[in-house]
Design a protein around this ligand. Structure first.
Ligand code: GLY
Length: 349
C-alpha cells in the first residue's frame, strides 16, 4: 500500500522521502504545463537537479500507446535500471500514464506520484490504478500498481480554475456519499462562492482516507472497490457522448451528472431516502449546472454503458446506495429504468 504524504513543505517532504529510498537513477515525468508551472517548485532539491526529465504533451488525447512508448524509450536510452525511481508530476492523465510506464518498464520500477490537480489528488494518483486509453476506450489497457508514495501539496491547486476544482470535488462528493451522513453533510455544506482553502484541504484528506480505506481492503477491485464506481456508469457514457458531440465536459462534471441518475435509481430500486437524493441533486445542479441530452441520444448512451469495462457479463453494472455509507455493488437496471433515470435528469435541467 502506498504512503500518502500530506506536504507541509514539499521540498522537505520530497527530500526526506528520496533520502529514505534506495534507488539508482532518478527520472521525472511532467507534461508541458507542469514542466513550467510545477517543476520549478522542486528544482532546488539537489536530487531533482540531477534527475533526468521527460516532458510529454498535456491532454488526455496523449494518454496513449505512442506516448507510453516514448516514455519507455526515454527510460531505456537514459539508462534506467530496475532499481530506478520515476517521479510523476501532473494530473490524472500523467500519473496514470507514468504509473503504467513504470509498472511495465523492465517488469516494474518504483514510482512516486505528485498530483497537481484536485481530481488527481483525490482519485487517480491514489489507489494504484495505472493505464492508457486504447481503441477509443478510456483506460482500456493498464495494471494495478501502487506508487511507493503519493505527495499531496494543495499549493499546486491554487492555480486551478473553478471548473477544475469542481471536477475534482465531484469525486470528493462521491467519497462522502460512500462514507456516511456526516461526511455527506460536510461535503454539501462546502461553498464554492467563497472558497475556504483550509476547509477544502481538510475535506480533501478525509476524502483520500475514504478511498484508501476501500482500496486497502480490495486493491484489485474484486468486489468492494467497485463502490468507487458510483456515478461512473452513466458518468462515463455522458463523458463519451460529450466528446462525440464535440462539446466535452470535464470528468468530474460527467460523474456528478451520472450520480444524479444513479441516485435516482438508488431511490426507486433501493429506497434511498428522497430527501437525501434531492439535497444532493440540488447541490449538483447549483454548482455544476446542466448537461443537455436529447431523447434521441438515449440509445447511444445505452450502447456506451453496455461497452463499459465495469460490466462482467452482458448486463450493465451500477453501484447504488441504500443510504449514505451503504453502497451495493453489481446492481442492474432494466432499459426502462435507465430511461426513466435519464428522463428525470432531463426534467431537472
Ligand atoms: N477511480 C476509482 C478507483 O480508483 O477505483
Amino acid at each position: 500500500m502506498q504512503e500518502i504524504i500530506r506536504c507541509g513543505d514539499i521540498k522537505d517532504d520530497l527530500s526526506r522521502l528520496l533520502n529514505n529510498l534506495q534507488y539508482s537513477g532518478l527520472f521525472i515525468l511532467t507534461d508541458s504545463n507542469t514542466a513550467t508551472l510545477c517543476l520549478p517548485r522542486l528544482e532546488s532539491i539537489p536530487e531533482i537537479m540531477d534527475a533526468k526529465r521527460f516532458v510529454i504533451p498535456a491532454g488526455d488525447g496523449h494518454k496513449n500507446l505512442q506516448t507510453l512508448s516514448q516514455i519507455w524509450e526515454f527510460l531505456s536510452q537514459s539508462g534506467a535500471t530496475r532499481k530506478s525511481l520515476l517521479i510523476n508530476l501532473g494530473g490524472g492523465m500523467l500519473t496514470d500514464l507514468g504509473g503504467f510506464a513504470a509498472a511495465t518498464f523492465k517488469r516494474g520500477i518504483r514510482f512516486i506520484n505528485i498530483p497537481t490537480t484536485l481530481l488527481g489528488a483525490v482519485d487517480a494518483a491514489v489507489g494504484g490504478k495505472t493505464g492508457i486509453n486504447f481503441g477509443g476506450l478510456k483506460n482500456e489497457i493498464g495494471a494495478f500498481c501502487p506508487a511507493v508514495a503519493v505527495l499531496i501539496d494543495t499549493r499546486f491547486f491554487r492555480t486551478l480554475d473553478s471548473e477544475n476544482l469542481l471536477s475534482g470535488y465531484a469525486e470528493m462528493l462521491k467519497h462522502a456519499l460512500l462514507s456516511g451522513s456526516e461526511a455527506l453533510d460536510g461535503a454539501l455544506s462546502f461553498d464554492f462562492d467563497g472558497i475556504n482553502c483550509d476547509r477544502l484541504t481538510s475535506l480533501l484528506f478525509d476524502s483520500v482516507a475514504v478511498k484508501e480505506n476501500i482500496v486497502r481492503q480490495d486493491p484489485s477491485e474484486q468486489g468492494l472497490r467497485k463502490a468507487l464506481n458510483l456515478g461512473h456508469t452513466f458518468g462515463h457514457a455522458f463523458e463519451s457522448l460529450s466528446h462525440e458531440q464535440h462539446q466535452p465536459v470535464l470528468h468530474g462534471y460527467a460523474v456528478v451528472y451520472g450520480m444524479v441518475c444513479e441516485l435516482y435509481l438508488s431511490h426507486i430500486k433501493l429506497g434511498l431516502d428522497r430527501a437525501v437524493f434531492l439535497r444532493v441533486t440540488r447541490y449538483i445542479k447549483e454548482n455544476y449546472g446542466t448537461f443537455s441530452i436529447e431523447c434521441n441520444r438515449y440509445e447511444r448512451l445505452f450502447e456506451l454503458m453496455q461497452r463499459d469495462k465495469k460490466n462482467e457479463t452482458n448486463t450493465i453494472n451500477f453501484t447504488l446506495l441504500r443510504t449514505p455509507g451503504n453502497a451495493l455493488i453489481n446492481q442492474t437496471a432494466t432499459k426502462g429504468e435507465i430511461e426513466e433515470a435519464l428522463d428525470y435528469f432531463r426534467e431537472i435541467n
